[in-house]
Write a protein that binds this ligand. Structure first.
Ligand SMILES: [Zn+2]
Length: 65
């Protein structure tokens, strides 16, 4: 779901992604997790990112479920 967050999607791409999120609770959870995570990271830019958080970010960089 990285592209969904990182760039502007075409209408078709966005519809596809939203349809998948509606149908797949696994990806929906990951999407919400990443959205929360990014907010958290923005709020704490001065603090170094914990290793555990880096690992979770790396786990998110996988293809759609
Ligand atoms: Zn999925």
């Amino acid at each position: 779901m990285q592209p969904f967050m990182d760039r502007v999607l075409t209408d078709a791409e966005r519809q596809e992604a939203e349809a998948h999120l509606n149908e797949c609770s696994y990806c929906r959870k990951r999407y919400r997790f990443e959205a929360n995570l990014r907010q958290f990271v923005r709020q704490s830019v001065v603090e170094p990112m914990p290793v555990e958080l880096k690992q979770k970010l790396a786990e998110l960089r996988t293809p759609l479920h």
